[in-house]
Write a new protein. Structure first.
Ligand SMILES: [Zn+2]
Length: 276
């Protein structure tokens, strides 16, 4: 081999070695990133929880109501049921004593915005203001900061979920049982819808600002108890989470994809519903 050809050979080999090296490093990084990214955003968003026992969470939104929430608190106390209240900041500022009572009686108080806007269509600054004002109002009323958020209408983007979780520490709580009580279909319909849809691990949505909802509750509680369900708050339900038995394929998007410990739940997305 002439010195020239040897030089050419060495140059070609070096080029090849560098190319392989350059190829393999980002490839490894990509693989590592993909591994870390799955499951997607574990434990941030829940609309039901996979549990081993007959546990469910009753949730009541949009209050407190001056007249209906105290009635509901009496009912819950009579049934020894702990519920979760997603309160509106404006209403908390108006009736802090009702929220204080609910917290004292063992219910979970959670953030449902200051004035019920659509987070999916708002600036980050607007959302931040809604959350912080309500967080402060709940802290003033109960002495404790909330740890859960239910976005009004279930409307929230994947990006908002991420930064809200990072800044406020909130889990994002949706639901899997929706009786559409805000349409005021009457207590019997509210009850029958809840009884039909509730499963172990369900998060049941309703609103303590509609008289028919409160009217439906005594018999709803009786019948859920007769079916063997046990009532816990949403944080208690999340603490009971066990891995889902199957391994469903990851859901695209993630905006409204329900996840519990990273496992997508088969329940329908509530985000398109005008409830919440
Ligand atoms: Zn609401």
């Amino acid at each position: 081999m002439s010195p020239f050809r040897l030089l050419l050979f060495c140059f070609a080999w070096l080029t090849f070695a560098l190319a392989v090296g350059a190829e393999s490093t980002p490839a490894k990084r990509t693989a590592a990133r993909a591994t870390r990214a799955e499951p997607e955003e574990p434990g941030i968003t829940f609309n039901s929880v996979h549990v081993d026992g007959p546990y469910i969470a009753m949730t009541f939104d949009d209050g407190p109501s001056a007249t209906l929430t105290p009635k509901l608190l009496d009912l819950l106390a009579a049934h020894h049921i702990k519920a979760t209240f997603f309160v509106i900041g404006e209403n908390v500022a108006e009736h802090p004593e009702i929220v204080a009572r609910a917290a004292r009686e063992g219910h979970e108080i959670a953030n449902h915005s200051w004035s019920h806007p659509n987070f999916g269509k708002m600036s980050d600054e607007g959302v931040r203001h809604q959350l912080q004002q309500t967080d402060d109002a709940i802290k003033n009323a109960t002495g404790k900061r909330p740890r859960l958020l239910r976005p009004p209408y279930g409307s929230i983007t994947a990006r908002e979920k991420r930064w809200i979780h990072d800044e406020f520490g909130y889990d994002i709580i949706l639901w899997d049982v929706d009786p559409y009580d805000w349409k005021r279909p009457g207590p019997a319909v509210v009850r029958s819808r809840i009884l039909k849809e509730t499963r172990p691990g369900s998060i049941v949505l309703s609103h303590d600002i509609h008289p028919g909802t409160i009217e439906a509750m005594p018999s709803t509680f009786d019948e859920l108890e007769a079916k063997g369900f046990k009532f816990v708050t949403v944080p208690e339900l999340i603490r009971m989470a066990t891995p889902r038995p199957s391994h469903p394929s990851p859901q695209p998007g993630g905006n409204v994809s329900p996840s519990t410990n990273g496992s997508p739940s088969p329940t329908p997305s509530p985000a398109s519903s005008p409830a919440g």
